[in-house]
Design a protein around this ligand. Structure first.
Ligand code: PLP
Length: 495
């Protein structure tokens, strides 16, 4: 493809993307294809001769689009949203056109400098302490692929710090602390690093948040066993229920264990810190006072196209001490002089994408106030879309909340009120079976997407608001549909 052919194909691609977005609300949210469908359309080996690009572009429409789950659909309430924007898409196009793996300053000065600057913008937008600013020269932030990478990097830095401080301690004794509600990234970090993970229990009555006393008990227990907990992965906004670990209590305990690194995973909820009214409940002050590292994904609720996981550390030296490997071919004048950031030493790979461009485009285009308003549309404390849904559940005769709504997430289940006073309530097992049936019905539909979870043995369903195109009528539609499915489930159950 030459430059003029690219121009033509590019215009066509943008036209088709616009048509896709115009028609999105009329499409099914979930693809109807069966496993293996693509093999019927795409050969098992690459073509020997190059093909005409128009045929390739048409095949994208014919074979790939039907197999997509439409995460930008206004009735997408599953997992957590990936709220992308056209600004982010254009930024990604520019970034990929420059195609510059900016691993150190010299390899593409604009990539490094923009990343350092916009990470400081984001740091201030979220109200994080100035200690996390790149301009502090001590702390700093970098964009990682995902929150899982961010947690792994934090664990690598924490392990390396611990080993430098306690060289006599065997790797076998190092322990990562997570909870039953931590995302799978905690256990995965243990798997990748070959280290043990101690999964702490959290209670339903604490709304699934980690309490100080649980942490203290675990620390005592491990001390007796000669184990060395070196990192705690705490969560602000867990995946299952949006639970927020009790960071103030954790701080009180952790201050007596200065070698315990505290990483705060706020992959989904972290961007809500942009709104001052969310800061207290998300324990921003505590994060600022004592977290060693903090991560949030702008690619979830934060309007920046996947991937943009922002990770800040209080002391960048812990990252570079753990990750700086500099063979002669990577040495540069500025790197040697220590006058620039070489981001290759802040993450696992060498090459890195030019991701700061999309964060820059989005934050400039929305402005801080526009960004906050977008978050407020979904999250409570104002009349928000999630509040509308939570109110619907609260008033429903058949549904009930499993935990209080958290920011833009509501967790609920089918929980019919007894028809008469002498009717015994359903056992947990029966309720779980009923909810499996209910979720089976919801997930068989392709006009809405919700995901399920289990909270301390209770089968429940998550409703996550935040897709960029979701408006009040889509919430109403979801309520009507869930009401109908609840009635049909109960009818089938009673037969
Ligand atoms: N942490 C939390 C709290 C999450 O909810 C998720 C995903 O939903 C993750 C981490 C994983 O994010 P990533 O896909 O960026 O690794």
């Amino acid at each position: 493809m030459d430059i003029e052919q690219f121009r033509k194909a590019g215009y066509q691609a943008i036209d088709r993307i616009c048509e896709y977005y115009y028609s999105l609300h009329n499409r099914p949210v979930i693809s109807k294809v069966e496993p293996g469908y693509l093999k019927e359309h795409i050969p098992l080996t690459a073509p020997e001769e190059g093909e005409d690009f128009q045929v390739i572009a048409d095949d994208f429409q014919k074979f790939i689009v039907p197999g997509l789950t439409h995460w930008q659909h206004p009735s997408f309430f599953g997992y957590f949203p990936t709220a992308c924007t056209f600004e982010g898409m254009i930024a990604d196009l520019y970034a990929t056109s420059a195609c510059n793996p900016g691993f150190n300053w010299s390899s593409s000065p604009a990539s490094t400098e923009l990343e350092a600057l916009v990470m400081d913008w984001a740091c201030q937008l979220l109200g994080l302490s100035p200690e996390f600013l790149n301009s502090s020269g001590v702390g700093g932030g970098a964009i990682q692929n995902t929150a899982s990478d961010s947690a792994l990097i934090a664990a690598v830095a924490a392990r390396s710090l611990y080993q430098r401080n306690y060289p006599e301690v065997s790797l076998q004794d190092l322990v990562i602390y997570t909870t039953t509600q931590t995302h799978s990234l905690g256990v995965k970090a243990g798997l990748v690093l070959g280290l043990s993970v101690h999964v702490l229990e959290v209670k339903a009555e604490d709304q699934f948040s980690l309490r100080g006393e649980t942490l203290q008990a675990a620390l005592h227990e491990d001390e007796k066993l000669g184990k060395r907990p070196f990192i705690l992965i705490a969560t602000v906004g867990t995946t299952s229920s949006g639970a927020i670990d009790n960071l103030p209590e954790i701080q009180q305990i952790a201050k007596n264990y200065p070698s315990l690194w505290v990483h705060v995973d706020a992959a989904w909820a972290g961007v809500a810190l942009s709104c001052p009214e969310n800061r207290e409940r998300c324990h921003l002050n505590t994060i600022n006072e004592f977290a060693d590292s903090f991560c949030t994904n702008f690619h979830k609720w934060g309007l920046v196209n996947f991937d943009a996981s922002t990770l800040w550390v209080r002391d960048r030296k812990h990252l570079t001490d753990a990750l700086d490997v500099t063979p002669p071919f990577l040495r540069t004048k500025h790197g040697d002089a220590g006058t620039v950031i070489d981001y290759r030493n802040w993450h696992l790979a060498l090459g890195r994408r030019f991701r700061s461009l999309k964060l820059w485009f989005v934050l400039r285009s929305f402005g801080a106030e526009g960004f906050r308003n977008y978050i407020r549309k979904a999250s409570p404390l104002s009349i928000s879309l999630n509040q509308v849904f939570a109110d619907f559940v609260t008033k429903s005769e058949t549904l009930s909340l499993v935990t209080p709504p958290s920011l833009a997430l509501t967790v609920f289940r089918l929980d019919p009120k007894p028809k008469s006073l002498d009717q015994p309530p359903l056992s947990l097992e029966s309720l779980n079976n009923l909810n499996r049936l209910f979720y089976g019905r919801i997930s068989a539909r392709n006009d809405i997407l919700l995901t399920q979870t289990v909270l301390n043995g209770v089968h429940c369903i998550r409703f996550a608001v935040g897709a960029a195109r979701t408006e009040a009528p889509h919430i109403q539609q979801a309520c009507d549909l869930l009401c109908k499915e609840a009635d049909l489930t109960l009818e089938a159950w009673e037969q």
